[in-house]
Design a protein. Structure first.
Length: 71
């Protein structure tokens, strides 16, 4: 049986990064702004919250498929 993986900080489970950091940084820098080191973590949390909200809406509407308008 495979062992469960622990998070990087002794078992604290953080949300997996689901965005491409370099693409995010490129998009911000193309507007003439700099990118702080913690920006990707905070954006990732926002994306996870959006995903959870979309999943909840789909389930409340009796669907297993998340559609664009669920966001």
């Amino acid at each position: 049986m495979a062992k469960a993986k622990k998070g990087a900080k002794g078992g604290n489970k953080k949300n997996e990064i689901v965005i491409v950091g370099s693409k995010m940084k490129d998009a911000i820098r193309s507007s003439g702004c700099n990118v702080a080191g913690d920006a990707i973590e905070f954006l990732n949390e926002k994306v996870h919250a959006m995903i959870q909200g979309a999943v909840k809406r789909a389930q409340e509407n009796g669907r297993k498929t998340v559609r664009g308008y669920d966001f």
